[in-house]
Write a protein that binds this ligand. Structure first.
Ligand code: ZN
Length: 255
């Protein structure tokens, strides 16, 4: 072992030490985690907003008028899960949970990639396409795989009772966030003695308030994001490059 450890490697080793010593580790993830899997950030440099009308795709009023618009657009970035790879971030977070380090994962993402990466306790505060339901008929449910097969075949997932298009349980503009998931997210954030804030600029509420709950309960926050966040000055460690940090953590886990 000739060469001296690079500063970044030292910092990642220090982060791994924190992860191992944490009693209640929680992660909060945003769009930056998905962009590593080729999913575009809604608001970032190569964001969906540049060439796709995300406001319209996820607008509840518009969906009720014309659900085929959502299904037509979302086919290529939500229902094509088989074509997407979990990134090193998803995989390492899944492994950290499997080894008992990570207690909960709060995400703003709706792409199911954390589940693909092996995470089980995923709290999806912006909802999830894992379930589709009828806006009219109580109790009608269709799971992701069944809905995705229909969407990929160019069909709409429809309610067997009333024939209307089913809606994914993603929170659309004009809808309330899922109350149970939010309560759970707040509770986990308060219990966390260490929160990893990953790929989010902490500008969208209520996700942005989660690390505040951790800090107010006496916990520590580590931030990994390629843009500044309002909480950078309160983080015990701050990194820019998610890929580099998680390749480093992967090496710590396997080495
Ligand atoms: Zn129905």
């Amino acid at each position: 072992m000739g060469a001296e450890m690079k500063t970044e490697d030292k910092n990642i080793a220090e982060l791994f030490g924190r992860i191992q010593n944490a009693k209640h580790l929680v992660a909060l993830t945003g769009a930056g985690v998905s962009t590593l899997s080729g999913i575009r950030d809604f608001r970032g440099k190569n964001g969906l907003y540049n060439d796709m009308d995300a406001e319209k795709i996820f607008d509840i009023e518009y969906f009720m008028q014309d659900p085929s618009f959502y299904y037509g657009q979302a086919g290529s970035f939500i229902y094509n899960i088989d074509e997407k790879e979990a990134s090193v971030v998803h995989l390492v977070l899944g492994e950290l949970e499997r080894r008992g380090f990570l207690k909960a994962l709060i995400t703003q993402n709706i792409d199911l990639l954390h589940q693909k990466g092996g995470s089980k306790n995923v709290i999806e505060i912006h909802g999830s396409p894992k379930t589709h339901y009828c806006l009219r008929c109580a109790g009608v449910r269709m799971d992701f795989d069944e809905a995705a097969a229909l969407v990929r075949a160019g069909e709409l997932p429809k309610c067997p009772k009333c024939g209307r298009a089913l809606k994914p349980a993603i929170t659309f503009f004009g809808e309330s966030l899922p109350a149970d998931a939010l309560r759970e997210a707040v509770s986990e954030s308060q219990d966390a003695d260490l929160m990893l804030v990953l790929g989010t600029s902490l500008t969208v509420y209520p996700a942005a308030s989660m690390p505040d709950y951790t800090l107010r309960s006496g916990g520590e926050v580590v931030i990994v994001n390629n843009m500044p966040t309002p909480l950078d000055h309160r983080a015990v460690q701050r990194f820019d490059d998610l890929g580099e940090v998680f390749e480093g953590l992967k090496a710590c886990l396997t080495g």
